[in-house]
Ligand binder design. Structure first.
Ligand code: SF4
Length: 445
């Protein structure tokens, strides 16, 4: 049996969660270089770049939401797919135990987190047979915030501000722009979109997501779609949405479009939005041993160039590293208001009043709010630990909050009826005084 299969899959998961592929790093570097210095977008990009470096240096998760693990596997004829699927599930559980993946699999009825990323539908594993000898495993980790920003249009459709989108390439272009506009501030831009023209509702979304396995710098072999991709990229980065919705020059780092046949009565345009934490890697495995014979999307022999230095963070050589002890972790876990990593940084960015930039009314008032976090039960409008975290953040913190059951009754938005700690102490003191006043012998007894 493939003795190296399990460690190879585990390594793939760890690398995918902690190291952005070179094409995404290159695109983010371009975004950083062209951004106007000292703007909120450029500061947000700097923070993102530091985060990317920290994740790679410390082999920590790039973002607190490690996403839905989606495996696309090509196997030769005769491969034991049931055994491989079981080994992949074991590797996912082990990566979760090691803190490389956040426990992200929640029972949709009870709200209980399985704690190990295993459960019905988690992880997603798709097998395909091919004529080659080796095994190819590709992995995409797509966070919940950007997944929430996916969109599907049944054209013809009337789109706000864009008018009618017809069953033409111009209509498709309008749908893509509308999806990106709707995603602003929610999907952690700059992002990338995979698009499918046609198919049915289910296959359209799947094909759109499959486009995210293309590298950002490839050219579509279909000249019509290549032209559409170029047109979208030329338009979308002039919308001014920018990094994290802070305005700026880069809203998308990639647009990849595919097409499928459709039913005569249907014309779907499906858009899969992925955030800057665009985690996808792949491996080729030896069909006899399961050992990695080649990495895809990355070259392990090429050292990573730090992102932050390219973004204006000059390293002095006198940097120190801080180590958090377990006591520190315990204090932080007690405070749901503690905002870790990059979200803390985002809160410190200057607002419009101090930046001197002209104020543009966002389409959504909460445009600069990352969305991959768990909801606070007692404060439904408040999210716990939203946004990408610094790579070294302890994962116990995340688990504590994602373990909370989901709120199924969306109308029940009233604050928790439980008295707070200080209120209950006051009540008990009052009772004690009343008893002492009216029944002095009671306490003696
Ligand atoms: S918090 Fe933002 S960066 Fe992280 S996975 Fe979610 S959408 Fe992506």
């Amino acid at each position: 049996m493939l003795a190296e299969f399990f460690p190879s899959i585990l390594e793939l998961i760890v690398k995918t969660s902690t190291e952005l592929p070179p094409d995404v790093r290159a695109a983010m570097r371009v975004a950083s270089n062209i951004e106007t210095p000292d703007t909120r977008a450029s500061q947000a990009l700097n923070i993102i770049n530091v985060n990317i470096d920290q994740a790679a240096d410390g082999e920590g998760a790039i973002c607190q939401d490690t996403g839905m693990p989606t495996f696309e596997i090509h196997v030769p004829r005769g491969a034991d797919q049931l055994w491989m699927a079981e080994q992949i599930r074991l590797a996912v559980a082990e990566a979760t135990r090691r803190g490389k993946l956040r426990p992200n699999s929640v029972d949709s009825i009870t709200g209980k987190n399985s704690g190990n990323n295993l459960g019905p539908g988690t992880p997603v594993i798709h097998f395909h047979q091919w004529a080659n000898d080796g095994i190819e495993v590709k992995l995409l980790l797509k966070g919940g915030g950007c997944e929430n920003c996916n969109a599907q249009y049944a054209v013809p459709v009337e789109l706000a501000h864009l008018g009618r989108a017809d069953r033409t390439l111009e209509g498709v272009r309008k749908c893509i722009l509308h999806a990106v506009w709707q995603a602003q501030g929610k999907g952690c831009s700059p992002g990338a979109v995979g698009v499918c023209i046609g198919g049915d509702r289910a296959s359209g979304y799947a094909h759109a997501k499959a486009q995210l396995f293309r590298t950002l710098d490839d050219v579509n072999p279909d000249p019509t779609l290549a032209e559409l991709e170029a047109i979208v990229m030329g338009t979308v980065n002039r919308l001014g949405i920018g990094t994290m919705g802070f305005e700026g020059k880069t809203t998308l780092i990639g647009c990849k479009v595919g097409a499928m046949n459709r039913l005569p009565a249907s014309f779907f345009v499906s858009v899969a939005y992925d955030c800057w934490a665009f985690r996808r890697l792949g491996v080729l495995l030896d069909a006899g041993t399961g050992a990695i014979t080649q990495w895809q999307y990355r070259d392990p022999s090429t050292p990573l160039v730090p992102m932050a230095d390219q973004a204006g963070f000059q390293r002095t050589g006198r940097e120190i590293s801080l180590t958090l002890g377990w006591g520190t972790v315990a204090r932080r876990t007690r405070s749901p208001r503690t905002l870790p990593g990059r979200r803390l940084g985002l809160h410190r960015l200057p607002d419009h009043a101090h930046s001197g930039q002209p104020h543009r009314q966002p389409a959504q008032q909460d445009r600069a709010r990352p969305r991959c976090s768990a909801l606070d039960q007692d404060r439904p409008r408040c999210r716990l630990q939203a946004g990408p975290m610094s790579a070294g953040e302890p994962h116990r913190w995340t688990q504590m909050h994602t373990d909370k059951p989901a709120r199924l009754n969306w109308k029940d938005h009233s604050p928790s009826p439980r008295p707070s700690g200080s209120v209950s102490i006051c009540v008990h003191l009052w009772l004690y005084c009343l008893v002492r006043a009216f029944c002095p012998d009671f306490t003696k007894r």
